[in-house]
Design a binder for this molecule. Structure first.
Ligand code: F6P
Length: 356
């Protein structure tokens, strides 16, 4: 029998609880114990470590719930952890000691590329038997076709476009939908095609505002007096400047490119513009059936890897099958949108303006 730990790290998304549930079920079938670690590595840093023994009755009702029942954090790199006095401290040994104190045989880390890289470094340093499960609405982790959370985010962004379509048409407006994607435009291109956008802007492809305006005018000439634009939050101004917002703690993140584009377009051609920033709606709520399936398959595969003693691997979805690949390889093969991708060709084939 084994005792395994599970944690969720980095930004939340839909489908995390489905993955936790899958791990608890599969481990339960083998007679193993599963400890849920609170708030990612913070739970291992705390003394005593913050954990809950997970039971099937507890995780079953969570299949359809959003967020993560374990809590998460995307703050505080343990190797340079921000202390109350403003200094940065390496607290990696405390986390490693927490893992060993709990008597864990292995740890399942559910995270994006940043979190998985940190967990891997901890594992290498402290003899942690780590298995990774990829999750991120951005879908930019290498090798795997699906990361938990992406499909739900695309569904939400597509539904937003479906709704905006009618109001844009009724008012003859240019409506811009700003979607998430810290470094990659996967959500924008997928939702843009599925939701019938006229213009899709992603950080991987440069655009020209005059060409966007031309597209809007061309549609007007065809009797279509409105236009739907999807823009990924990481898209820069035409001059190449990042558009960011800063919160009350002085932390900055992308946001505002939609309004920048709206102003540019109305200044140039006098079109009436409106902007919708979808934000964290893309990470909330019930997971789509596909995300739940992927979460279920990944949870089972992760437990099976532990049974085989195969550590330092991440589960992936490739060609309708789940495979394990070294975590280091997945991180090294970070996946942005490539000009040769089928979706890029599809968008161009449909006449969507996607940049130059
Ligand atoms: O990486 C996931 C993501 O949702 C990005 O799409 C977005 O840029 C970022 O996280 C937002 O982070 P936060 O939750 O800190 O606002």
């Amino acid at each position: 029998s084994k005792r395994i730990g599970i944690l969720t790290s980095g930004g939340d998304c839909s489908g995390l609880n489905a993955a936790i549930r899958s791990v608890v079920h599969c481990a339960g079938e083998k007679g193993w114990e599963v400890l849920g670690i609170r708030q990612a590595t913070l739970g291992l840093m705390a003394r005593p470590p913050q954990v809950t023994k997970l039971e099937i009755d507890q995780v079953d009702p969570l299949l359809t719930s959003g967020g993560t029942m374990l809590g998460t954090t995307n703050k505080g790199d343990p190797f340079a952890f921000p202390m109350a006095d403003g200094s940065l401290c390496d607290r990696s040994e405390e986390i490693i000691a927490g893992y060993h104190q709990l008597g864990l045989d292995a740890l399942i880390g559910i995270g994006g590329d940043g979190s998985l890289a940190i967990l891997r470094r901890l594992a290498q340093q402290g003899g942690i038997n780590l298995v990774g499960i990829p999750k991120t609405i951005d879908n930019d982790i290498g090798i795997t076709e699906h990361a938990i959370g992406f499909d739900t985010a695309v569904n939400i962004a597509t539904e937003a476009l479906d709704r905006l379509h009618f109001t844009a048409a009724s008012h003859s407006r240019v409506i811009i939908l700003e979607v998430m994607g810290r470094d990659a435009g996967h959500i924008a291109i997928a939702a843009g095609i599925a939701g019938g956008a006229d213009v899709i802007l992603i950080p991987e492809i440069l655009y020209n505002i005059d060409h966007i305006c031309h597209k809007i005018k061309h549609r007007q000439e065809q009797g279509k007096n409105y236009c739907l634009i999807v823009v990924s939050e990481a898209v820069k101004t035409q001059e190449g400047a990042a558009v960011t917002m800063t919160n009350s703690l002085g932390q900055s993140r992308y946001g505002g490119i939609g309004q920048y584009l709206a102003d540019q377009i109305s200044d140039r051609i006098g079109a009436e513009t409106r902007v919708t920033v979808l934000g964290h709606l893309q990470r909330g709520g019930t997971a789509s059936p596909l995300d739940r399936l992927v979460a279920a398959a990944f949870g089972v595969a992760a437990v099976n890897l532990i049974e085989q003693g195969k550590y330092d691997y991440m589960v992936t979805w490739q060609n309708r099958q789940v495979f394990a690949v070294p975590i280091a390889e997945a991180i090294a093969q970070y996946r942005a949108v490539n000009p040769g991708d089928t979706l890029v060709k599809t968008a161009r084939g449909l006449g969507i303006y996607l940049g130059d």
